[in-house]
Design a protein around this ligand. Structure first.
Ligand code: TXA
Ligand code: MG
Length: 341
């Protein structure tokens, strides 16, 4: 299959993308978080194609993307009051909410779960594309399963060229990490995956919010509330080692001494400590959103540069720092906490 790339600003892009969706085909498209790999979310065959193109485990459910609030009601059995408050405040935007699913949502989307994840992206192309298709769009991140989510069209092309008919190029994604996933289907809203909308701002709207223990570090399989928690995700090909900034140089020197192609992933503020080392800057500690926006691109660039080992500075876990550290712990791929292995 030949993969066509079209600019999101091209006046034909929305129609071309929406037509492919209506015909049961797949389209990679930009959102404000990361690129998505979209298919008709009401068509089990289209959804199966998504799993095949990504090489995604068949037990990891997908998010349905909508363009307006009325599109939510047919997909779910109930909409809790707190979910409406969050929708009003954060939709469109990088927040995914989990509801009890309606029968029209195919099991292929939810992997047999009784719940469904819904998000309304704010990216103008994504919004116009979903509205024009007139269907909920099932879309995971548009990477091959396990590798870092793509934040630019060229990274989608690297992973999925030849596997899908169309990539819509909308430039760099502004948030750079996937949406916050919050379950609204139990008594207390619970964050399953931290993302662009932080616990702090959600709590300011609806009061108590819990964070699932697996939302920071990987958990043992039987404790995973969200199937996505089980998998080594976001991983570069290089080995990634997380350190406090004080320990980075020693790790780097050790790796170089062992003949490895090493790099330090550091902040603007700390890069100057590492004179003579190969350093990539992932953003500014003073503006953690910049680290979120650049992180996945940096991991992919370091891979393209043939890096064997990435010595990466940890950040704190306040605000969006929780989402950044969640992705870094998974990229590091250490065994689950308390697993004893
Ligand atoms: O920002 C995003 O969310 C991007 C863009 C494309 O919208 N999408 C994305 O999708 O990151 P994906 O498939 O890579 O991640 C979806 C996450 C997975 O961790 C999955 O396990 C979880 O949402 N999820 C989906 N449905 C769920 C459900 N019913 N219950 C629990 N977790 C669910
Ligand atoms: Mg993903």
């Amino acid at each position: 299959m030949i993969t066509q790339v079209i600019d999101a600003a091209d006046k034909n892009a929305v129609i071309l993308a929406a037509d492919l969706i209506k015909r049961g085909e797949l389209v990679a498209f930009p959102t404000e978080t990361v690129y998505g790999l979209g298919g008709n979310g009401l068509d089990a065959d289209a959804v199966t194609k998504i799993y095949e193109a990504k090489g995604r485990p068949a037990d990891n459910p997908l998010i349905l993307h909508i363009s307006a609030i009325d599109e939510l009601y047919p997909l779910v059995r109930e909409v809790p009051e707190k979910a409406l408050v969050l929708a009003d405040k954060f939709w469109p935007g990088p927040l995914t909410m989990i509801f009890k699913k309606a029968d029209i949502v195919p099991n292929a989307v939810t992997c047999g779960l009784d719940t469904v994840a819904i998000r309304m992206p704010s990216h103008p192309f994504a919004n116009a594309f979903i509205r024009t298709a007139g269907l909920p769009i099932a879309a995971p991140s548009a990477n091959r399963s396990g590798s870092p989510s793509p934040t630019e069209a060229k990274f989608v092309f690297d992973d999925l060229s030849g596997r899908i008919p169309l990539i819509v190029d909308g430039g760099r994604c502004t948030v750079g990490l996937e949406s916050t996933v919050i379950s609204m289907s139990g008594c207390i809203p619970t964050i399953l995956r931290p993302g662009g909308v932080t616990k702090e701002v959600i709590e300011a709207e609806i009061g108590r919010v819990d964070i699932h223990p697996g939302a920071l570090r990987p958990v043992a399989v039987d404790k995973a509330a969200s199937p996505g928690m089980k998998y080594r995700h976001y991983a570069p090909k290089a080995k990634l080692v997380l350190v406090d900034s004080g320990a980075a140089r020693e790790k780097y020197d050790e790796a170089v001494c062992n003949g490895l192609n090493a790099a330090i992933l550091a902040s603007e503020e700390t890069a100057a400590f590492y004179g003579g080392c190969r350093v990539k800057i992932y953003g500014s500690i003073a503006r953690p959103e910049s680290i979120a926006a650049n992180l996945f691109r940096c991991l992919r660039e370091l891979d393209a540069e043939g890096t064997d080992i990435i010595v990466c500075e940890s950040t704190d876990t306040n605000g969006i720092g929780l989402a950044i550290m969640n992705r870094l712990y998974r990229a590091e791929g250490k065994p689950p906490e308390g697993d004893g292995k």
